[in-house]
Design a binder for this molecule. Structure first.
Ligand code: SF4
Length: 341
């Protein structure tokens, strides 16, 4: 656009600065541009943005957000506060084509990829809300800054590779968010893993594993028919993870499916040699779900088998259960491990 107008490239940097750092809502707010230039731009462009259509607060301080896109579609996100962090779970696609059996998003199929500006726009919309007095009716969140971003909302981020990578660059280059505070969660799109680390080696990786045999994983996650557990773990082992960092393996515990002591022991063996930690997420039951969570004793025994064999394993509590914002309970939210250790 700027090239066509014959304007110098530095104007692009100025525009990005005003849009993403100064949160300008219209071209008229870009006072660094002369009025004739603003008028020229307004002749064929405008600054768009996502709208927060709905906010649903939970008693545990988690907030589910519905973002409206300009084509009337919508995606959901979740704002998750804890003592030290304010994490925003964002979406990368409208719907998802991956078809994981335990996921509500899968029932929608893929509608479309989000553009980079729509990915960054989720963060911008929440920032605006946080800055506005009482915009989010929650004492644990108002006035705080978003510290962490997790790509665990709707969609498979590695299936929208270019949009997600460009979105991350907007977040880091213009919005002041550190790459190390961004986590991308994947169901295991193996060929894109190396590519991701070439583009953005600093980003944290979470892999949704959820089973210890190919038969079980394929039954739960069709992606396993294409990239099986062996291929996925070999690809993870080849990633240039720096010594102090680890891949998070998400493991949704499903009663009677993947929660046995034998599964736990296999998981230990599978992760041997990998720089890994495990997030155990007892399945969050929803009305039409055909799975159940295991009881607490089974969950703790599973965890203990891992810990006894020196695998770091956390059981992730399900904040937001009351508003259906916990893992696997949102129509549009990924059941991967939202909570990072
Ligand atoms: S779990 Fe993630 S990858 Fe699988 S269908 Fe749901 S959104 Fe897609």
């Amino acid at each position: 656009m700027f090239n066509k107008l014959g304007l110098p490239g530095f104007r692009v940097a100025q525009l990005m600065h005003w849009m993403y750092e100064k949160n300008a809502a219209s071209i008229d707010e870009i006072t660094e541009f002369s009025k004739p230039l603003r008028d020229k731009l307004k002749g064929f462009s405008y600054i768009g943005g996502l709208k927060i259509l709905k906010k649903t607060a939970s008693p545990d301080a988690t907030i589910k957000l519905l973002f409206g896109l300009e084509d009337s579609l919508s995606v959901e996100g979740v704002l998750i506060p804890d003592e030290y962090r304010l994490t925003l779970c964002v979406s990368s696609q409208v719907g998802c084509a991956m078809g994981c059996r335990f996921c509500l998003t899968a029932t929608m199929g893929l509608v479309r990829n989000l553009r980079a500006d729509e990915i960054a726009g989720q963060v911008m919309a929440v920032r605006r809300e946080l800055q506005a007095t009482d915009a989010i009716d929650n004492g644990a969140i108002n006035g705080r800054e978003i510290t962490n971003i997790v790509f665990m909302g709707m969609g498979e981020p590695l299936k929208n590779f270019d949009g997600v990578v460009r979105g991350i660059h907007i977040l880091t280059d213009y919005m002041g968010i550190s790459k190390r505070r961004i986590t991308l969660s994947t169901a295991g799109v193996v060929p894109q893993l190396q590519k991701l680390y070439k583009e953005i080696p600093e980003v944290n990786l979470a892999v949704s594993l959820n089973a210890t045999t190919d038969a079980t994983r394929s039954a739960l996650m069709p992606v396993n028919n294409k990239y099986d557990i062996g291929a996925l773990l070999r690809a993870c082992g080849r990633l240039p993870i720096s010594p102090r960092r680890r891949i998070t393996f998400g493991y949704v515990l499903l009663k009677g499916i993947n929660d046995t002591p034998a599964d736990a022991r296999r998981l230990v063996a599978m992760l041997k040699g990998l720089s890994a930690k495990v997030n155990l997420i007892p399945f969050n039951h929803y009305e039409t779900a055909k799975y159940e969570p295991p009881d607490d004793k089974t969950v703790l025994e599973f965890q203990q088998i891992l810990v006894d064999r020196h695998v770091t394993a956390f059981v992730r509590k399900s904040m937001g259960r009351e508003i259906c914002a916990a893992c696997g309970q949102l129509r549009t939210c990924h059941p991967h491990a939202i909570y990072q250790g």
